[in-house]
Design a binder for this molecule. Sequence first.
Ligand code: PLP
Length: 441
Amino acid sequence: MNKQSLVKLNHIFPEKTGINKIGNLEIGGFDLSELVSEYGSPLYIYDEKTIRNCARSFLNEFKSKYNNMHVSYSSKAFINPALVKILNEENLGIDVVSGGELEVLIRSEFPMEKTNFHGNNKSEHELNKAVKNNIGLITIDSFYELDILDEICKKNKTSQNITLRLSPSVDPHTHELTSTGILDTKFGFSIETGAAKKALNVASSKNNLNLKGVHFHLGSPIFELKPYSEAINYVFKFLEKNYPKNNKLEIFNVGGGFAVSYNQDDPTVDINLYANTICEAVNNNITNLGIDPPELVIEPGRAIVARSGVAIYTVGGIKNIPNLRTYVSVDGGMADNIRPALYGSKYTALSVNKAGMKHDKLVTIAGKYCETGDKLVENVLLPNPEPKDLIAIPASGAYNSSMSSNYNVSLRPAILLISEDKIKIIRRRETYDDVLITSEI
Ligand SMILES: Cc1ncc(COP(=O)(O)O)c(C=O)c1O
């Protein structure tokens, strides 16, 4: 690697990533190897500026084309009180899918009116908690949920704004495990089977629920633009015939799934292109139908936080199998990043302490967990890896720490935030006491 090669990867790393005078990788002027010396390894580092700029790009690009719009960050990608505060300052809403994510927002004093509760099987307890905390919106996923939420509202002598999650049978051409808008999915009311039509009528008839509109989410990550316009046209066509006459369509939520680059050769998808496609399709449909523009909602998760986060690991054992492969084992792996093992997700890597040296040795970066499939990056070039070297994996900000586990009774890494010219520990490294606190010993 040299400075020129890093330029090619700049769109994958946080803004202001570079190689410093002594040849180490740095972000915002912070030498990553010094951060590891101070805070330990593995280490996750987020850059606040990159998060803010991603959030602003979504808001600006969409708002310039469709004024009545709202960005609701999908917190499953990564949630932390520090992030909640940043996104609130950037005027984003947040959607949650569990009582736990909701709890983070409550404790972070995030405005409940800007919160939307998703999920295909929310419990009564979770719904009750959401209602009691005056949540702005609940997106309903099943007939059972319509019934129990109506009952909960009745008991609490209140009413609740809701949208319905529809499944439009549109294939977004992404990994089958992350496709959510096709017919064969656990999520939402299918338009194709007639369930969506029935759900709209049931929702409209509930005394304690206010039907405000509809939602769909096709999957993630979606590199193509056409699935969005196809789904929007199809859903509007369905609504024209089936949306209850006594309810106004106030919210039209097209979900998230906006792709990011994980590797140098990944197609880059410009937010502007998503905004053009989505806003044009919505604008055309509302003009044709002659209705007031509903609030257009998008739910980016990955695209707000992936680029801002970098994972740093320390190299341990190195195993060479002549003419086949060299395994470079690091001190993290599938417990802090399950995505390669779960979805075959592809990442790239860069040396931290030899960042300025030529990356010319083909290796596979293996995790330390007791699974053959625990490989973080297959076939990547590194500069003659040796034990104690540090490796950075970019685009690690989304679905890494939020999907992390204590597999092999491992400890979750610390997370740092580069905030202007300061380092903040936004999650300390776990200890064995943290992990064992729920067990009787
Ligand atoms: C309903 C819903 N909205 C938004 C998202 C966010 O997707 P992404 O992080 O790819 O933008 C998801 C992801 O699973 C989702 O299920």
